[in-house]
Design a protein. Structure first.
Lengths: 304, 285, 436
C-alpha cells in the first residue's frame, strides 16, 4: 500500500517540478510563436467606415511572407548584419581566446586585475555601452579624434560610411570579450596540468602547447561561445538604434530586427512584422542547428 | 638550449603576455573612464574641453539627474532592481525545479521537453518581443510591471544549465539512499537536491540578473509610462528626447555614469561566487 | 496596466476628494458629467515642457475631471505608442498628435470625432488652423500649437560676415556660397535627411500637394513637379558643398551651432525655443526673418510641425476629454505658459497674447519679432492635406533620402522612390489612388 502511493508520488513529482516551467514556456514562448504565425497570415485592409475608411484585420494568406521575401531591403539588412558579424564574431572570440590563454599562461603578470578589467564591460548594458562609445566616436567629444587632430591627421570618421561597421562591431566586441574570456578560461583551468608537463618534457614551446593541446581541448567552449555570439549577432538591435540619431549611415531598417520593429510600430503593420519575425526565428534555428551539426558532438551533442 | 638562451625568452615570455593583457584592460576601461570624466563636465565643457580633462559641473549634473522629472531616475533604478532581482530569483527557482526533474527522473515527455528547451535557447528572444506584446495585451497586462516580469521568468538557458548542474552534482545514490530511508520526493528535493544545486543556482541567478538588467527591447515595447521604465529604457528616452530638449544629453551621460558604478561594484563583489565552469564544464560531459 | 491604473485612480480619487472638499459649492463647469458620477480620471499623453504645469492648473479648476499626464516621448514616439496601445485596447483618453499624423491615426481608428463638443470654440481659431484638425465636418482634436515657417538666423554672425538674410531661395544659394568663401568652416544651413516635415513644408511653399482626397479617391504628389524642383535646389547646394548634409540636433550639430558654424535654420516659430535649449549663451544673438520665397514678392509659407490635442476612440469619457482639450488650448493660463516656453499658440487669443509679449529669449533683441511672426502666421497656405499613411511616408522618405545622401544619388530619385512606396502601401491597404 505504502509502496504504491510512494511510487505514484514518485511518478507525479517530476511533472510537478516541471509544471511551472512548462506553463511559462507555453504562455510566453510557445503561444507567442503560434500567435505570430497566425498573425503573419493576416493583414490590415481598408473597410468603408469613417471619412477616409478604417483599416481592419483580415486574412491575407501568404501575402506578408511574399512581401517580406521580395523586399530587397529586408535582405539588405541581413547583408549589413553579415558584414557586421564578420567583424564582431571572430574578433570577440579571437580576443576572448587570446586573453584566456594569456590568463592561463604561467608567465603573465597582473592577471587578477586584467581578468576583472576585461570582464567589467559585461556589466554595462548594451544601450549604455552604445551611448558611451557613441560619444567617443563623435568628432567633438572623441578622445581619439582629439589626438589625431592634434597630430594634424584630421578626425577619424568613426560614424562615416567606412567606419560605421567597425565602430558598431567594436561596441559588441567590447561588451562580449570578457564574458567569453571567462568561459574559455574556466574551461582551460579544467585541463589537467599533467598534459602540459608531458608536452614540456617533449620540448614543446608554450605556443605549441597552446595551439596543440589547449585550443583543441577548449573547442567545446569555443563552439558554445561562437553559437552565443552568432545568436547575439542576429539579435542586434539596441546598439544601432542608440547610435542612429548621431549619424546618417544607419537607416531605420539597418538590421532585420530594426526592420521588424519599424514595420510593426512605426508603419503600424504588425502582421507584416510577424511574418518577418517568423522568418527570422526559423532562420536562426536553422543556422544554429547547422552550426551544431558541423561541430557535432562537441557541444550539445555530448549531453545526450 | 643554453642557460642564457633560457632566461631571455623567459623574461620576454613575461613581458609580452602581460603587455597584451594590460592593453586589453585599458581598452575595456577607457569608455568607463570617459563616462566618469564626462559626468563632471557642464554642457558647455562637454564639447569645448579635452575629453579627458575633468570639468566643474559634477554637482550640478547630479542635481539635474536626480531632480529630472521629480526623481524619475531613482524610479528607474528601483524598477531595474525590481525587474532584475525579483524576476531572476523566481526564474532561477523555476529553472532549478525543471532542470532537476529533467536530470533526475524518467518521465514521459522528457525528451520533447528537452528539445523544446534547446529550441528555446536557440530562438532569439528578441523576435518574440512582438508576439509577447500581443499576448500580454490580450491578457490586459501591457504597460504594467507584470508585462516585463512575466516573460522574464522563463529562461530556457537557465533550465538547460540547471539540468547540467543537477546531473553533475546530485548523485543518484544519495537520492536512492534517502528513498530507502523513507523520504518522499519533495523532501529529497528540499533536503538533498536543492542544497547541492545552490552554487549552480547562484550562477543561473547572476546570468539571469545581468540579462534582465541589460534588457532593452522587451521593456521598451511593453511600457509606455516612464515611471515604470528600467534604467536602459529611461536612458534611451533621454537620448531620443535629447533632440528636442538638448539639455538631456548631459543628464543621459551622468545617468549612464551613475548606473554603471553600482553594477561594477556588484560584479566585483559577486565575482567569487560565479561558477562559469558550469557552462563549459557541463559541455564536456 | 490594471495595477497601475488602479493605483493611479486611487491617488486621483484622494486628490479629487481633497479638491472637492475645498471647492464645495462651486457649480460644475459645463461639459462635465453629472456630479453623482463622481470625478472622472483621464489619462493624457503628451510631450513638451508646458504640459505638466497646465495639467495641474486644469485639475485645480476642474474638481470633477482629474487628468494624469504622462510623457511617452516626442511626437513620433507618442504616435507609435498610441497606435499599439489602441490596438491592445489600453490607450489613454487624450493625447497630443502632430498634425501630419492625424489622418493615419483616423484611419487606424484611434481618434474620436469630437465635433459634438467643439461648436463653441471653432471661432477661437483661424480657419486655416481649424482645418488642420477638421475633415469633412468631423473634428479630430483641438489645435494646440502651430509652426508657421520662418528663417531663424544668427544675426550676430551675419553681421560679422556682412551678409543679409536672403529674400528668395536663389539669394539663399548665393548667400550660402558667400558664407563658404568668408568662413570655410561655417555653413549657412543644414540639410537633414530625417526632416520629413521640413521638406514637406518647403515643397508646399513651392506649390506641391502631397496628398489630396476627393470622394475617397486619393491623389499622391510626393514626387510632383514642385517637389522635384525643391529637391533639385537642395541637391545643387549639397553637391557644391554649400550646405551641410547631416542630422540636426545631434551633440555634434549642437556643438557646431554653439561655435557659430551653423548660421540659419529654416524652420518654424517653435525653433527659437529649441535652439535656446542648445545655445543658451547665444541668447539675443539670433533673429527671425521671413522664409525665403521661390518668387520675389511672394509671402506664402507652410506650417511645419505643431500639434493638436486629440481624444482617443477608446476613451470612456470623450466629453470630459474634449472639455480638457478645449481648456488646454483656449484658457489664458495655458496659452500664456505656452508662449513663455517658446511655443506659438494655435488659438487667435493665444496668438494675440503672443504678439504683445516679449520675443523669445534666443531672439530677445529683435524688435520686430512678433511683426514677422504674425505676418507669417497670417500668410500660411490653407488646406494642407496629409495622407492616411504619413508614418510610412515619413519612414520611407527618411530612409530614401539618407541613402541618397550617403550614396550620392539624386534626391529626386529618393522622392520618386518614396512616392512609389507610399502609393503601393496605400493600394495594398485598399485605398483608391488616382494616377501612378
Amino acid at each position: 500500500m505504502t509502496a504504491t502511493t510512494r511510487a505514484e508520488r514518485r511518478s507525479r513529482a517530476p511533472y510537478l517540478f516541471v509544471a511551472p516551467a512548462v506553463l511559462l514556456f507555453l504562455a510566453f514562448l510557445a503561444i507567442p510563436i503560434g500567435y505570430a504565425i497566425y498573425l503573419s497570415a493576416r493583414g490590415l485592409r481598408l473597410t468603408g467606415k469613417g471619412i477616409f475608411g478604417t483599416r481592419e484585420e483580415v486574412f491575407v494568406g501568404l501575402d506578408n511572407y511574399l512581401k517580406t521575401l521580395t523586399d530587397p531591403e529586408f535582405f539588405a539588412g541581413f547583408g549589413r548584419l553579415a558584414l557586421y558579424g564578420l567583424i564582431s564574431v571572430p574578433l570577440t572570440l579571437g580576443l576572448a581566446l587570446l586573453f584566456a590563454l594569456l590568463l592561463d599562461h604561467a608567465g603573465s603578470r597582473a592577471k587578477r586585475f586584467s581578468r576583472t578589467a576585461i570582464f567589467i564591460p559585461y556589466a554595462v548594458p548594451g544601450v549604455t555601452a552604445s551611448l558611451l562609445w557613441g560619444f567617443m566616436y563623435l568628432p567633438s567629444t572623441s578622445p581619439f579624434s582629439y589626438l589625431t587632430r592634434e597630430l594634424g591627421l584630421g578626425e577619424i570618421p568613426f560614424l562615416g560610411a567606412g567606419g560605421i561597421y567597425p565602430s558598431l562591431a567594436n561596441i559588441a566586441v567590447w561588451g562580449g570579450v570578457g564574458f567569453n574570456m571567462i568561459i574559455i578560461f574556466t574551461s582551460l583551468r579544467g585541463i589537467p596540468s599533467e598534459l602540459y608537463d608531458a608536452a614540456r618534457i617533449d620540448g614543446a614551446s608554450e605556443w605549441q602547447i597552446a595551439w596543440r593541446i589547449k585550443i583543441p581541448l577548449v573547442a567545446p567552449a569555443l563552439v558554445l561561445t561562437g553559437l552565443f555570439a552568432l545568436i547575439g549577432t542576429l539579435q542586434v538591435y539596441g546598439e544601432p538604434t542608440t547610435v542612429r540619431p548621431m549619424t546618417t549611415e544607419i537607416s531605420q531598417d539597418w538590421v532585420p530586427l530594426m526592420h521588424i520593429y519599424r514595420n510593426a510600430f512605426i508603419r503600424d503593420d504588425l502582421p507584416l512584422a510577424s511574418a518577418a519575425s517568423v522568418l527570422l526565428a526559423a532562420g536562426t534555428l536553422v543556422v544554429s542547428v547547422v552550426l551544431l551539426k558541423v561541430t557535432q558532438k562537441r557541444a550539445f551533442g555530448g549531453m545526450q | 638550449m643554453s642557460a642564457t638562451g633560457h632566461v631571455l625568452p623567459h623574461r620576454r615570455a613575461q613581458i609580452l603576455p602581460t603587455l597584451v593583457l594590460l592593453i586589453g584592460s585599458i581598452y575595456c576601461l577607457v569608455p568607463v573612464a570617459w563616462v566618469l570624466v564626462a559626468s563632471t563636465k557642464s554642457s558647455g565643457e562637454l564639447f569645448s574641453t579635452f575629453t579627458f580633462a575633468p570639468g566643474t559641473g559634477l554637482l550640478d549634473n547630479l542635481r539635474d539627474l536626480f531632480t529630472y522629472g521629480n526623481g524619475l531616475y531613482l524610479r528607474w533604478t528601483a524598477n531595474s532592481v525590481l525587474y532584475a532581482v525579483a524576476g531572476s530569483a523566481v526564474s532561477t527557482l523555476i529553472s532549478t525545479l525543471a532542470g532537476y526533474a529533467m536530470a533526475k527522473y524518467e518521465f514521459r515527455g522528457r525528451n520533447i521537453l528537452f528539445y523544446a528547451v534547446l529550441a528555446g535557447v536557440l530562438v532569439p528572444g528578441m523576435t518574440l518581443a512582438i508576439p509577447q506584446y500581443l499576448i500580454m495585451s490580450e491578457m490586459d497586462l501591457v504597460g504594467g510591471y507584470w508585462s516585463v516580469l512575466l516573460p522574464g521568468l522563463i529562461s530556457p538557458f537557465g533550465i538547460y544549465l540547471a539540468r547540467v548542474y543537477a546531473m553533475a552534482s546530485v548523485p543518484d545514490a544519495t537520492m536512492e539512499a534517502a528513498r530507502i530511508d523513507g523520504a518522499g520526493e519533495y523532501r529529497i528535493f528540499g533536503s538533498i537536491g536543492l542544497p547541492m544545486m545552490i552554487p549552480g543556482m547562484v550562477t543561473i541567478f547572476l546570468l539571469q540578473f545581468v540579462g534582465t538588467w541589460n534588457n532593452f527591447l522587451l521593456p521598451y515595447v511593453m511600457l509606455s509610462d516612464e515611471t515604470k521604465f528600467p534604467i536602459t529604457v529611461g536612458l534611451y528616452t533621454l537620448l531620443s528626447k535629447g533632440s528636442g530638449q538638448p539639455v538631456l544629453y548631459g543628464i543621459a551621460i551622468v545617468g549612464a555614469a551613475v548606473s554603471v558604478i553600482p553594477l561594477i561594484a556588484l560584479l566585483l563583489f559577486l565575482q567569487r561566487f560565479w561558477r562559469l565552469d558550469l557552462l563549459s564544464g557541463g559541455l564536456k560531459g | 496596466m490594471r495595477i497601475s491604473r488602479l493605483g493611479g485612480s486611487i491617488a486621483a480619487l484622494g486628490t479629487a476628494a481633497v479638491l472637492a472638499a475645498c471647492s464645495s459649492g462651486t457649480p460644475a463647469s459645463p461639459g462635465t458629467p453629472a456630479a453623482n458620477a463622481g470625478p472622472v480620471t483621464l489619462e493624457f499623453w503628451c510631450w513638451g515642457s508646458a504640459q505638466k504645469a497646465n495639467v495641474e492648473a486644469f485639475n485645480k479648476a476642474h474638481p470633477n475631471i482629474q487628468v494624469k499626464h504622462t510623457d511617452v516621448g516626442g511626437g513620433t514616439d507618442t504616435a507609435t505608442k498610441l497606435l499599439t496601445a489602441n490596438r491592445a485596447g489600453n490607450g489613454p483618453d487624450a493625447a497630443c498628435m502632430e498634425y501630419e499624423t492625424l489622418p493615419s491615426m483616423i484611419v487606424a481608428g484611434a481618434l474620436a470625432d469630437i465635433s459634438a463638443y467643439t461648436g463653441d470654440i471653432k471661432d477661437a481659431f483661424s480657419p486655416e488652423v481649424w482645418d488642420l484638425t477638421s475633415f469633412d465636418g468631423a473634428v479630430y482634436g483641438v489645435p494646440q500649437d502651430v509652426g508657421p515657417m520662418v528663417l531663424v538666423y544668427n544675426k550676430k554672425r551675419f553681421q560679422e560676415l556682412k551678409i543679409e538674410p536672403p529674400a528668395t531661395w536663389q539669394d539663399f544659394a548665393n548667400v550660402a556660397a558667400d558664407v563658404r568663401k568668408k568662413d570655410p568652416e561655417a555653413y549657412l544651413a543644414t540639410f537633414a535627411p530625417a526632416e520629413f516635415g521640413n521638406f514637406a513644408g518647403l515643397a508646399q511653399q513651392a506649390g506641391a500637394s502631397w496628398w489630396k482626397v476627393q470622394d475617397q479617391t486619393w491623389t499622391v504628389g510626393i514626387a510632383d513637379q514642385a517637389s522635384l524642383e525643391v529637391a533639385d535646389f537642395w541637391q545643387g547646394l549639397i553637391d557644391k558643398d554649400l550646405v551641410k548634409a547631416e542630422p540636426l540636433l545631434t551633440p555634434e550639430w549642437n556643438n557646431k551651432l554653439n561655435k557659430g558654424k551653423i548660421l540659419t535654420w529654416p524652420a518654424a516659430l517653435w525653433a527659437p525655443g529649441v535652439l535656446y535649449g542648445i545655445a543658451e549663451k547665444q541668447a539675443g544673438d539670433w533673429a527671425i526673418a521671413p522664409l525665403p520665397q521661390w518668387k520675389a514678392g511672394d509671402d506664402r509659407v507652410a506650417f511645419q510641425g505643431g500639434s493638436a490635442l486629440t481624444v482617443t476612440k477608446s476613451s470612456k469619457h470623450p466629453e470630459a476629454a474634449a472639455t480638457f482639450a478645449k481648456w488646454m488650448n483656449t484658457n489664458k493660463t495655458a496659452y500664456d505658459r505656452q508662449i513663455e516656453l517658446g511655443e506659438y499658440p494655435a488659438s487667435l487669443a493665444g496668438q494675440q497674447a503672443a504678439s504683445s509679449s516679449a520675443p523669445p529669449k534666443l531672439t530677445a533683441n529683435q524688435k520686430d519679432y512678433w511683426d514677422i511672426a504674425t505676418k507669417a502666421a497670417q500668410r500660411t497656405i490653407p488646406h494642407i492635406s496629409w495622407g492616411p499613411n504619413v508614418n510610412t511616408a515619413k519612414s520611407a522618405y527618411q530612409d530614401a533620402v539618407s541613402a541618397a545622401i550617403k550614396n550620392r544619388t539624386p534626391l529626386r530619385d529618393a522622392l520618386k522612390k518614396t512616392h512609389n512606396l507610399v502609393v503601393e502601401d496605400m493600394k495594398t491597404t485598399g485605398f483608391k489612388v488616382a494616377g501612378p
